[in-house]
Ligand binder design. Structure first.
Ligand code: GLN
Length: 490
């Protein structure tokens, strides 16, 4: 049995008729972790004991004839910035290297309540800051499609473990593209829900006004199923929207004819690799041939989105990360002469270079002399971006763009040039600034490397993205491709 060849609905069916047991699935996951982790390195912690115990409980309940959630027994991976009681939550940072979560994130609790079984916590860029996983303090995850290339980031571990068949599903977080970009690089589906759709309680904060938790899966349908589990209002998160649970699969098979797709010219220019423009154009032709329509639109605010993000996200990060001071939890320098030295040494040794860069940048733009010039102006531009989206959504149901300007790059290729790295998120960042939902799904290959397209929807209209994406996957096979070395018998 392989998660690369078996769909989630088949797994659910087999669990239901008891031809497969939850323990078998956990063992399959652990076996694949053993087999591929030396190459992929997507995993920070294996939750073997916990996962086997949960599986045994589920099997026992099923044996007693209890009716459980249809997900009961399905393995899942969790990004290591999401808390799960009694397990390490390191954010791939030295400062939290030994931090054991005393509580469970709401999204993770929803996953547990549905009977999904967390088997691993996944690698990431430190505190979710990065686009390549090269900022993990521990090691770098490799792209299953080409081990010399990055899996994307910051949720690179969560994307790679699904692409490598270690688990069928995973959770990541997306502040500026960290679910959609690694999904594109690893040839899978990744969704950033509407801001407020999924509770952020128990997600270690990076930039609170942008962060959202979302699913990774190999198909749009599976991503929609996992969204059903994690969405919904949560009183523990004051930014959680008062919107109830939704069944995102209800409209999956509705026709796509009549849907109006807008394509911003700004994300179809020379900054996007020609093979990517070509693959996305083919997808547009496909939608048109099937009754949807598409036309060019313009979103002039996009030009300012990356710069705006790199003021607002670091500003929020500098405030959020102030809590890591060596006092309450996390790393503390062992022998400091006084309190100030203890703060400085704990933070100096605990944080990696990119995190320090963001804290410095954020503190600078919030300082009294520069607050108006940078922070306040960036907030105004954020409003302009929101307004641009609202205008375009008056005319269109969905906005379609490439997810990334390039396919997965080689290790080190962008590492020395932060601005080049930041520009990798040119298509994803505006979506977080506007708070609307976005999904990446595979739409082609360039020299054997996956290409992703991004569907962007109106606030709380994830359903239309799932409908369009599902239709596309019913008629294309990009999402069924598997890296050659991971094929059965290879
Ligand atoms: N790459 C972006 C950054 O480094 C986005 C990261 C994210 O979405 N968490 O900030």
């Amino acid at each position: 049995m392989s998660f690369l060849e078996t769909s989630l609905s088949e797994l659910r069916q087999k669990l239901k008729n008891r031809s497969l047991r939850a323990v078998d699935l956990v063992k399959t996951a652990l076996g694949q972790v053993q087999r591929v982790e030396p190459q992929v390195k997507g995993v920070l912690h294996i939750l073997e004991e916990r996962a086997l115990a949960q599986a045994a409980q589920i099997d026992a309940a099923l044996d007693r004839g209890e009716v459980l959630s249809p997900f009961a027994g399905i393995p899942i991976a969790i990004k290591d910035n999401l808390c799960l009681t009694g397990t390490k939550t390191t954010c791939a940072s030295k400062i939290l290297e030994n931090f054991v979560a005393p509580y469970t994130a709401t999204a993770v609790q929803n996953v547990l309540d549905a009977g999904l079984i967390p088997v691993v916590k996944t690698n990431m860029d430190e505190f979710a800051m990065g686009s390549s996983n090269e900022n993990s303090a521990f090691f770098t995850t490799q792209n299953p499609w080409d081990l010399t290339r990055v899996p994307g980031g910051s949720s690179g571990g969560s994307a790679a473990v699904v692409a490598a068949g270690e688990v069928p599903l995973s959770l990541g977080s997306d502040t500026g593209g960290s679910i959609r970009q690694p999904a594109a690089f690893c040839g899978i589906v990744g969704v950033k829900p509407t801001y407020g759709r999924v509770s952020r309680y128990g997600l270690v904060a990076f930039a609170s006004s942008l962060d959202q938790i979302g699913p990774f899966a190999r198909t749009v349908e599976d991503a929609a199923l996992l969204m059903n589990v994690i969405c919904g209002h949560d009183a523990k998160d004051s930014t959680s929207a008062t919107v109830g649970k939704e069944d995102f699969t209800a409209t999956l098979n509705h026709p796509i004819s009549g849907l109006r797709i807008g394509v911003p010219k700004e994300l179809f220019g020379d900054s996007i690799a020609p093979e990517i423009r070509e693959a996305v154009s083919k997808a547009l032709d496909f939608f048109k041939a099937n009754g949807a329509s598409w036309s060019w639109t313009t979103m002039s605010s996009f030009e300012a989105a990356v710069s705006t993000y790199y003021i607002l996200a670091p500003a929020e990060a500098s405030a959020n990360l102030a809590r890591f001071d060596g006092v309450r939890y996390g790393y503390r320098h062992a022998d400091s002469a006084n309190l100030k030295e203890m703060f400085m040494k704990s933070r100096g040794e605990g944080f990696g270079p990119e995190v320090k860069r963001r804290i410095l940048l954020g503190t600078y733009v919030l300082s009294s002399g520069y607050y108006d010039a940078y922070y306040v102006r960036a907030q105004k531009i954020r409003q302009w971006i929101r307004h641009d989206f609202a205008q375009v959504f008056n005319e269109f149901d969905v906005i379609l763009t490439p997810t990334t300007p390039n396919v997965a790059f080689k290790f080190g290729e962008n590492a020395g040039d932060p601005v080049k790295m930041y520009l990798e998120d040119i298509a994803t960042i505006p979506v977080n600034l506007a708070g609307v939902p976005g999904m990446s799904l595979p739409c082609g290959f360039s020299n054997g490397l996956p290409i992703g397209m991004q569907l962007i929807g109106k606030s709380f209209d994830e359903a239309t993205l799932f409908r369009l994406g599902h239709f596309y996957q019913q008629h294309t096979d990009f999402h069924t491709q598997v890296p050659a070395w991971l094929k059965k018998g290879a």
